[in-house]
Structures are given as C-alpha cells and as structure tokens.
Design a binder for this molecule. Structure first.
Ligand SMILES: [Ca+2]
Ligand SMILES: [Ca+2]
Length: 209
C-alpha cells in the first residue's frame, strides 16, 4: 500500500512538473511578446512626443527669428550631402547666438559621423549632429520653402546601427497630391523599421492630421 502510494505520488509529481514547465514556457513566451509590444509601443509614444517637442521649438524659433530654421546647410558645412536637412535644424537651434529654447543634448546623434573644420554651433564639438528618434535614427526636418526643390535628400539610418543611405521626400496627402503642412515644416521619423517611406513612419503631419 505504501509502495503503491509512493509510485502514484511520484508519477503525479512528474506530470505536475511537466505541466508546470509547459505553463512556464507558454507564460514566458507570452511575456516576451507582450513585453516586446509594450516596449515598441512606448518607443512610438516617445517618438510622437519628441516630434511634438521639436515642433514646438521650431515654432518658438520662428517667433524669435521671424522665419523657420533653414533646412539647407551653408555650403561650407555641407561636406558629404548626408543628413543635411536634419543637421541644418541642429545648426539653427544650437547656434551660439540663438537665445531661444533648445532640444535636449541627449537627443544628439551623428549617424554619418561627419565633422567640420570649424564649430558650426555653440556645442563643444565640431561634429555635425542630427536629432535622434527613439531608435537612434535622424529625425528629418523639411522647411516648406524647399519642398519643391529638385534635390536628393539622403539620410544615414537603419536598425541596431546597421545604417544604410536612404532617400527621404516631403510627405504628400495621397488624396489631394499636395504637400502636408504647405506653409510650415515637416518632421519625419523612420519609425520602428528604421526605413523612411514605409507605413510605420511617424511624422508631425500624421500626428496633426
Ligand atoms: Ca551628421
Ligand atoms: Ca519606417
């Protein structure tokens, strides 16, 4: 009787153990999926908030300076044609003479790793920085004055620092064919996939429209 109880008990424990392992496995996988989604969603929320903050700083720049920051770098600074529009925004907002509010220096990145012979800003560096999205890609800034310019706008961006050179164009309303924000500016973030021009892009005009 004792023997039979023992063997039944040990068999039940083994079954319990297996069930428990399976449940732990399923729960673990669910947490990974849910956790990944929550993490990804929180980055999207961060990206939207960052675009709104930068957008407000650009409006504040216009109130102080009378015009939006130029999205073209001075020729002397535009060494490699990469990230130019994003860099031009940083040069304007971090100009040593500018008295308005600036973005957080923690958002500065330099995905094309360029620098200039003279310091273009009040920052303690000759690097030509861009403002980063939460995936560490440049946030592209486009001034409406130059949406129609026949220029190729190139950005160094990707995922996990595997960067590639990508072309970016001003966003258009697919229904009307006209540019979004025709009298102000566009901010464009490549989104979770690190690619510009795909569905997951987060833009100042998609937030506002
Ligand atoms: Ca740069
Ligand atoms: Ca994208």
């Amino acid at each position: 009787m004792i023997c039979s109880l023992r063997s039944r008990r040990s068999g039940f424990t083994l079954l319990e153990l297996m069930v428990a392992l399976i449940i732990i496995g399923i729960l673990g996988a669910s947490f990974l999926v849910i956790g990944g989604n929550v993490f990804g969603d929180s980055k999207k929320t961060q990206a939207k908030a960052r675009l709104q903050t930068i957008g407000a700083l650009i409006e504040s720049y216009r109130n102080l300076e009378g015009e939006y920051p130029d999205d073209r770098l001075p020729a002397a600074l535009n060494a490699n044609e990469m990230n130019s529009q994003a860099e031009a925004l940083v040069v304007a907002l971090f100009d040593a003479e500018y008295r308005g509010e600036r973005p957080s220096e923690q958002w500065l990145i330099n995905t094309d790793q360029d620098e200039t012979s003279r310091n273009p800003t009040g920052l303690a560096s000759r690097e030509l920085f861009e403002l980063a999205d939460p995936w560490d890609n440049p946030i592209v800034y486009l001034d409406s004055l130059h949406y129609s310019d026949r220029v190729t706008r190139m950005v160094t961006a990707g995922l996990d620092e595997f960067y590639e050179e990508q072309e970016v164009s001003p966003g258009r309303n697919e229904r009307t064919g006209s540019f979004w924000e025709p009298n102000s500016f566009q901010l464009i973030c490549a989104g979770p996939d690190g690619l510009f021009g795909t569905e997951d892009d987060i833009t100042s005009y998609s937030i506002n429209n």
